[in-house]
Ligand binder design. Sequence first.
Ligand SMILES: Nc1nc2c(c(=O)[nH]1)N[C@H]1C(S)=C(S)[C@@H](COP(=O)(O)O)O[C@H]1N2
Ligand SMILES: [Mo]
Length: 500
Amino acid sequence: MMHLLRRPWTRTALLSGLAAGGAYAATRTHIAYASQPPPSPTSVLPRREYTTEEVRAHAGNGNSVWVSFNGKVYDITDFVEMHPGGNQILQAAGGPLEPFFALYAQHNEPFVLELLEEYRIGDLADAHTKPAVNHDPYAADPSRNERLVVRSQKPFNAEPSLKDLVCEHVTPNGLFYVRNHLPVPAVDAETYRLVVRDVDGTELASLSMEQLRKLPKHQVAVTLQCAGNRRDEMRAVRDVKGGHWGAGAIGNAVWGGVRLVDVVPADKLNKVRHVCFEGLDMNPTDGAAYGASVPADVGKDVILAYEMNGEPLPRDHGYPVRAVAPGVVGARSVKWLGEVRLSMDESSSHWQRRDYKSFSPAVDWDNICDSVWDSAPSIQEAPVVSAICDARRVGDKVIVEGYAWSGGGRAIIRVDVSTDDGETWSVANLREKTEEQRNQVYDWTLWSAEVPLADTKKDTTIVCKAIDSAYNTQPERLDAIWNLRGLLNNAWHRVVLAEN
Ligand SMILES: Nc1nc2c(c(=O)[nH]1)N[C@H]1C(S)=C(S)[C@@H](COP(=O)(O)O)O[C@H]1N2
Ligand SMILES: [Mo]
């Protein structure tokens, strides 16, 4: 903990600048090198040459952590706790950083190298053996719709503009937010197999696309929302770790595919507690795939989708097959689905156990520990949320449009809008749904409201909140739900309409 106190300037700068998958360039300017940079380890240890063997001997395990990069050797022991990506940095302990920098391309910024330089202790004696990274792991990523607002290029994370988002009840595929943790895998649908495993690991089925298509096809409208949606508002209260998101990390699609219960025998599903999913997108540096799980109850409603809005799943959204877990946060709807496994325990993946959990505002990065992580349940059902996506003046009124959604299949029963920060409210009109849409319970509700403006000559703050079928509503204050990863921000959404 000492080094955190010694170097608070680096930490703050990093948390905003190096947010995993974040928009680095935008925040780089926040790095304030305070008057007194701390003594660098260089001044303590004489610089010398080390062999790759020597570097390998410093792979953590209670000892110091060394890494190499570009022929140089660094002792990053003190840095580990400050790393915005958390413990993941330890994957590189005792070895070269090159493969990681290629994978997490946000590191390719001059300020990262500058920072690293502070921890340099010497050079690699056998620098000629330096690892060749001759391949960009993202080279095979698909092309994307140019209307998306890109939050991070590698891995690719993007959301539509809010105006685009509320044009249609069903979000067009090309405008649907993309949340990738890793490179998009190139999956060959011809040889693809979905493996289904029992609780003891026994293979219950290995299904080709042809076999999946022969099973009864279901089409279900499900809204997916990233648990990090609206993170940047939370970041403005107090810094959080995580990529940048506005209010567009949500979308509604009609998913076509087979029900999980048609590939997993019901008697087996009834005996277990969780259904684990494993993706085919893999971290090339450690071979770990993206994974997540849902409680067995949610599993009963899961769709193994091969279509999105009547088209084959786009590559960014999980081609050829993804899990769609209705009513829960997007993180559990595993894309590029390779394996479904019944289990008594949750998925052991990093994203299930050490991410996508929320904590008290009292918990921050300098006091969180394993027992706090372990005791918090993983986020599943999403709380009720709404957001203002467009606001335009018409005379002395403002027309406001937005979305509202709640997890667990709870419908939106009302949306309230205020132009005086909650003193008085107007009830929004919920956009009418077709007969078919009315039968869906997991999709969102779009709404609009015409609200009088008290003073058209002044800036006006517009506020909205939604109420779901269990009469849950959104908290007024954002600081009361602040959490260190910036997840589940469902506070009243506020936007400022500039003066006329
Ligand atoms: N295999 C895999 N599945 C994944 C992810 C991923 O990176 N890899 N991201 C998850 C997260 S955090 C979200 S919010 C949703 C996003 O789905 P989308 O990109 O289709 O909008 O996919 C989830 N499933
Ligand atoms: Mo997400």
